[in-house]
Design a protein. Structure first.
Length: 326
């Protein structure tokens, strides 16, 4: 059997009982593969890398070293959650790298979306490699590869997984969830006891908020994306829409419009709300939202987010629009 073909004997993991069976089998397999060696993991805080981290903590404990790189493009509260869950609650060996200035300085003035993605991906690999070189005795590299990654593009994802490391950092791979689909990974994560807002978090692009701060990224506009996104998620949760709307987020484009705030004329950014439902992400429809909820979100964003005087609602289906703006 080819190593990248899902075994026919692997049942679809749809229940906690099936997840427990999978976990038990994986813990044994991980211990056999790793032995007494050390394993390194780039821990983004996304569901895939988080589930891999939780499995490895159970399997080999302090032999796992996690590296969390804060590139400044994560959602509000996410770096803090990674540290709290994995270092404080699960006792993981966690290296936290504050690389915000490094990333944002490299991205300054860069407008083209694909160039931004390449800069973010390369810088992430460089930062991770620098941290890896400081460590002794690392033999394995754990990755949050899941089965759709293999089917679509091979087992490398730009931020959850680390491809393109220097030759001297050529580690043996550990990929415990590589035969699972995303919904199965979530069941396993829930069964492992990870928090719901980590296990069931929405799809999030590898470059993070970098593709939602449209055009050249500035720190103030990036903060407007982060704060408006947090308000949107809080209001959707309060309205019972978590898990009912497939994906929702905000975008701040690189242009301004006139407005009036506290009786004074302003020239500030708009925030765009994007909320969609889809089955496969190939096509998508704008989610139908209660207009009173939208109005409440508008009031909060325009009063609480600095530099914003207007809120727009993107109701474009895919096609013609993509889900993300970049």
């Amino acid at each position: 059997m080819a190593s990248n073909v899902r075994p026919e004997s692997l049942e679809r993991i749809t229940t906690p009982a099936l997840a427990e069976k999978f976990i038990t089998e994986q813990l044994e397999a991980l211990r056999q593969q790793i032995g007494d060696k050390k394993v390194l993991l780039a821990l983004s805080g996304g569901v895939d890398s988080s589930v891999v981290a939780a499995l490895l903590i159970r399997a080999v404990g302090k032999q796992l070293v996690c590296v969390h790189v804060n590139h400044g493009l994560l959602r509000k509260g996410e770096p803090e959650q990674v540290v709290q869950v994995f270092r404080d609650e699960l006792g993981a060996e966690l290296i936290y790298v504050d690389a915000v200035d490094r990333f944002l300085d490299k991205l300054a003035g860069v407008e083209e979306p694909e160039t931004k993605r390449k800069i973010i991906g390369k810088e992430f690999i460089d930062v991770f490699a620098e941290e890896a070189k400081k460590l002794d005795g690392i033999h394995f590299l754990a990755q949050g590869t899941i089965y759709p990654d293999i089917l679509e593009s091979g087992p490398v994802k730009s931020h959850h997984n680390v491809g393109g490391l220097p030759e001297e950092l050529s580690f043996e791979l550990v990929e415990p969830v590589k035969f699972l689909y995303k919904d199965e990974v979530r069941v396993v994560g829930k069964t492992l006891g990870l928090p719901d807002n980590m296990v069931f978090r929405q799809p999030f692009p590898g470059p993070g908020l970098g593709v939602r701060c449209v055009g050249a990224i500035t720190r103030d506009r990036l903060e407007a994306v982060r704060e408006s996104d947090a308000i949107l998620r809080e209001e959707f949760a309060g309205a019972g829409l978590e898990g009912k709307v497939w994906q929702y987020f905000t975008i701040v484009p690189n242009f301004k419009s006139t407005g009036i705030t506290d009786g004074k004329r302003t020239y500030e950014w708009p925030v765009v709300i994007r909320a969609v439902n889809t089955v496969d992400a190939v096509t998508a429809e704008a989610a139908e939202l209660d207009f009173q909820l939208v109005q409440k979100i508008v009031r909060r964003i325009t009063s609480e987010v600095r530099g914003v005087n207007r809120v727009l609602w993107d109701v474009t289906p895919k096609p013609t629009g993509t889900i993300e703006w970049e």
